[in-house]
Write a protein that binds this ligand. Structure first.
Ligand code: SF4
Ligand code: SF4
Length: 78
């Protein structure tokens, strides 16, 4: 069947996830603030955490913005 071409939302990559290295993370919140999809939240200890993997499109912006190399975007399957 033909597709409608009426995609309302941007295609996401649920196969992507983020890994936070807590030993390096200073809990500044920059990655949470700058995630263009608001996919990150701050957990109870102040560390960034992925709210919903489907919200993350794997853009890598959080990884780029982190001044401490403490967050990495990676394949969820690995
Ligand atoms: S930007 Fe880096 S140091 Fe700051 S909260 Fe995010 S992961 Fe932690
Ligand atoms: S990879 Fe992009 S969408 Fe996913 S958490 Fe990081 S900044 Fe947000």
């Amino acid at each position: 069947m033909a597709t409608t071409g009426k995609s309302k939302t941007k295609e996401t990559s649920p196969s992507k996830t983020v890994k936070v290295y807590k030993g390096w993370c200073k809990r500044c919140g920059i990655c949470v603030a700058f995630c263009p999809r608001q996919a990150l939240e701050t957990d109870k200890d102040g560390y960034p955490s992925l709210k919903d993997p489907r919200g993350c499109d794997g853009c890598g912006w959080c990884e780029l913005m982190c001044p401490d190399f403490a967050i990495v975007v990676e394949d969820a399957k690995s």
